[in-house]
Design a protein around this ligand. Sequence first.
Ligand SMILES: *Cc1c(COP(=O)(O)O)cnc(C)c1O
Length: 547
Amino acid sequence: MSRYHELLEQLRQAFPAPVSNPVHDGYVVFSLLKALDRVDALKTQAPILGTPRLPDYAAAGLSQLPACGSSLEEVIPELVRCLDGQLIFGHPRSQVNVVAHPSIASIIGVVLPSMYNPNLCSDETNLGFSEAEVRVAAMTAQLVGYDAANAGGLFTFGGTGTLLYGIKIGLEKAIPDVFERGLQQPAVVLCSQQSHYAAATAAGWLGLGQQSVVRVKTHPNNSLEIAALEVAFRDAHAAGQRIAAIVATMGTTDAFGVDDLAGIYGLRERLIDELKLDYRPHIHADAVIGWAWAVFNDYDFSANTLGFRGRTLRALAATQHAMQHLKLADSVGIDFHKTGFAPYISSLFLLRDRADFSQIVRDRATTPYLFHSGEYHPGLFSLETSRSATGVMAALANLLLLGREGFQTLIGHAVEMAELLREQIGARPELSVMNDQNYGPVTLFRAYPRGTDTFLVKQREQHDPTYREQLRQNNELNRLIYERVHAEAMAGRGVALGYTGEYRTADCGEPISALKSYVLSPFADEGRMGSVISHVLAAREQLLTSS
Ligand SMILES: *Cc1c(COP(=O)(O)O)cnc(C)c1O
């Protein structure tokens, strides 16, 4: 036997058997178990796997392809080593950011397409997975209030991708044939100051330029000022600029601010009439975080059958009240990997009217080899050519696993934990909640030096130019508190919090930072929320005493 035949024989063992072979299937599962066993050995009580460590990029940068391979048994530990120092986002003491703890079902949803590798470019060879994409789009369309018979959806490469699709389709409506002829005319994107920078990414990539993103002023509750949007709209029109899209942020990244979508919709309708526009500026709802609150659209808040506490109920109702208007948007972005308990990447771009996809269809003749049979051809209009089914299957898994009630329970619990935290912060004169007019799972708060009037300080920091130096010092105090609390959490004590360097900008231009508790883990509990406060206060005390 030639050397290569010998090697080939060995290598075949490293692949799942293409035909029934229960013994070898056992080896596949056992190998996965071995990897998980090794991961288990990295667990302690701390919200981190293994030990905190610094990356060694210098060594990593010298890596070379080995001349000979290794056995699967040798590769597994190498892979598991990558988890050393990894924060466990599902840990009840991990509250750093909007990161999902994936359910078992969603993990299986990722594993199956990983083994059979369907390409969702078209349905030719993977009917079931294509059906799954249509199924998830229909369920989610119905959830947000769209008429599922007309709506259409497509999974893409993240919330950023959903914004790219929304703005692109809007741009085609505003300036027909950009797809074919390129951009010959200025166009703008209107969104709020608190919107995600992904809108600028999309504008940059689409050739509109980042400068064409007009970021409109927000209210103290972090929602876009409709009056300021009207001014921006009129200004753009007067300057001869087309409006590629108005982006409504339904749940901002740091503060969970929610825009008034009904107000934005009403404004657009009024200005189309008044200015006699020959197109309808596209409204894209960036609901990658907030979409999940639509599960409360039919919740009976007075009966409260799930038994949430009064504060929680009020918070959930406030968000649902805004989220019920999602159906007014022309398109919606949804991240199952944020508030849908799915692994990265699972992002759905939904159109109220799927015929809008016609705006971005390439000429059929240019890609005939992909689309000569079957009926479902997202590849005709998707930016991606090869399209993974992992995000689709993870989303489907969770929609089935949780149902409306399961989502209500998990989202409700996250908000309940945030409300508990806010109650406790409210009882401490040294602390203040920054986003007290936002009712989500995230709490932004700041600690202040001794003698600060925490009732007045927020106003002064935001508006008083003579307070600039003190604002800077307060920012510094909170940054140091964050570092201390974070280091302790990594050592197994306390809670890993997040930090935002600029959750809002003061009138004087100085950033206002905040400590951040983002609760999403189903494992979060009341006791853990209390220890957030005690650790922050202890760190504050140490810093103020030592300085
Ligand atoms: C996270 C986020 C995005 C970007 O989504 P990705 O999935 O990270 O690409 C866009 N908008 C908002 C409001 C976000 O929070």
